[in-house]
Each structure stands twice: as structure tokens, then as C-alpha cells.
Ligand binder design. Structure first.
Ligand code: ATP
Length: 246
């Protein structure tokens, strides 16, 4: 379970995230949407404990990401937009290292063939991370999140740079994680993907939460029956000032 309460993040003069609150419950995939500069990455980095919030609180499975970081991070996986990987480890060493950090080495050793094959990393298992293509690095970053077996998963633009087969596999993985009870928050500009993959969406604009809900709820609120998520997104982000109302 992920709870974000009145989250604020300022960079000098810019308020990048402005009193944003939401919950991602176990067993749902929530899309974090918004135009460029809306505050998606900043919010995700605060939730992941990489940036310290200016105000507000983030709870991962009930543990505060600032006050109780170790316990909060034990259940958390974060796949950043640009994966931070260790270039001088091989693919296999990298995954083993992450599995060891989270005390999941037994699980990794039992399932690594399947995991490596699923991400087309089997033939690269003994190659250095530095030699992987951008898309392969992205796949490795996602595989690291899955090795860890987190129940709160954060992904920042995970489909960028992945080939269609890899993107398809990633969507299946996220759906599997959701069905196994994970709370998944994924930022994306791919509205078709969000419409199919996400149970709900949150739309940010200029740091504030503009709206939140299922596609049906967004259609009802906008009185746009049969509108696609893209239609709703464009209408909402172009026509309205943000509020913190759902
Ligand atoms: P995009 O879709 O373009 O990736 P985003 O929704 O992820 O955008 P953020 O990257 O979180 O948005 O940026 C939110 C705001 O914070 C923007 O106004 C941006 O210029 C500002 N910002 C982001 N990072 C920094 C930083 N390190 N220093 C100062 N301002 C920043």
C-alpha cells in the first residue's frame, strides 16, 4: 500500500509538487500522467526516498519513507527513467547483487533462467552492463525490480526505449504483479498504454493534482461519454486550472 499525503517539493523558486495526496492500494495499477514539467518524476523521486519532501508524508506499507527508510524501502522497487546500474558488473552479477541486498538470493537462483529469458537477457548474462544497449539496460532495471519482489512498485516512463516485445512483456509483468497484490504506480506519456494497463489514473498539472479516477469516472465528470483517455487528458490539461479535488 502506498499513501502520499499533502506532498510538497520545492526546488529553489519552483514548486514542482504542490500538496498532492493519493493512495495506491494493493492489487491496482495507477497511471501518473501529466504534461512535461507537471511534477511526475519529482513526485516519484520523493516517494522513492531519493528526494526529501519539502512537506507532507509518504508511507510505504505504513512505514514513513523519511523517518523509517529501511523498513519502507524493504517493500519498494523503483525503476527510474534513466536506470542507475553498475556498469562493471555482469548482468547475472547485477541481478544477484540486488537479490542479495533484499535477501532473495535463493529465489533468484531458482528463477533466474526464466527471468533472464523473459527479458531476452539470457545470452547477455555474462556481459558487462556497460556493453548493453539502452533498451537492454531498461529491461535489466525492470528485472532488478522484479527480483526484489516488492509489493509497492514505482516506474518512471518504463516503456521508453524498450522494443515492442519487451514493452508487451513489461505490461504483462506489471499486470501479474498487480494480480499478485502489488500496488503499482507508473508514470507515462503513452495514453493508449495507460488506458489499457491502468485501473485508475492521476493527472498532474503544474505540480497539482488535477484529477484522479477510473476512465469511467473521468468520462462522467467531464460529461464526455465514450471519450478516450487521450481526449480526456487533452481536455482536462488544456481547459482547467488544477485543484486538489479528486
Ligand atoms: P516530464 O514529463 O517532462 O519528464 P515531469 O512531469 O516528470 O516532466 P519534473 O521533472 O518532476 O516533471 O519537473 C517538475 C518541475 O520541476 C519542472 O518545472 C522542472 O523544471 C522542475 N525541476 C525538475 N528538476 C529540477 C531540479 N533538479 N532543479 C530545479 N528544478 C527542477
Amino acid at each position: 500500500m502506498l499513501e502520499v499525503r499533502q506532498l510538497v517539493k520545492d526546488y529553489r523558486k519552483t514548486r514542482a509538487v504542490d500538496e498532492v495526496s493519493f493512495v495506491v492500494a494493493p492489487g491496482e495499477i495507477v497511471g501518473l500522467l501529466g504534461p512535461n514539467g507537471a511534477g511526475k518524476t519529482t513526485a516519484l523521486r520523493c516517494i522513492a526516498g531519493i528526494l526529501k519532501p519539502t512537506a507532507g508524508q509518504v508511507l510505504i506499507n505504513g512505514f514513513d519513507i523519511v523517518e523509517d527508510q529501511a523498513r519502507a524501502k524493504a517493500g519498494l522497487a523503483f525503476v527510474p527513467e534513466v536506470p542507475g546500474l553498475y556498469d562493471l558488473l555482469t548482468v547475472d552479477e547485477h541481478l544477484r547483487f540486488v537479490a542479495m541486498c533484499f535477501d532473495k538470493l535463493d529465489v533468484y537462483d531458482a528463477e533466474k533462467e526464466t527471468l533472464l529469458e523473459r527479458y531476452n537477457l539470457l545470452e547477455k548474462r555474462n556481459e558487462l552492463v556497460a556493453t548493453l544497449s539502452k533498451g537492454m539496460k531498461q529491461k535489466l532495471a525492470v528485472a532488478c525490480a522484479l527480483v526484489h519482489d516488492a509489493n509497492v512498485m514505482l516506474l518512471d516512463e518504463p516503456m521508453i526505449g524498450i522494443d515492442p516485445a519487451g514493452a508487451h512483456e513489461l505490461k504483462m509483468e506489471l499486470a501479474r504483479a498487480r494480480d499478485a497484490g502489488a500496488a503499482v504506480l507508473v508514470s507515462t506519456h503513452l495514453l493508449d498504454t495507460a488506458e489499457k494497463l491502468c485501473d485508475r489514473v492521476i493527472i498532474l498539472a503544474r505540480g497539482k493534482k488535477l484529477t484522479e479516477g477510473t476512465l469511467a469516472e473521468l468520462r462522467d465528470r467531464s460529461q464526455m461519454t465514450d471519450a478516450s483517455l487521450e481526449d480526456l487528458f487533452l481536455s482536462l490539461t488544456q481547459d482547467r486550472e488544477p485543484t486538489n479535488d479528486p
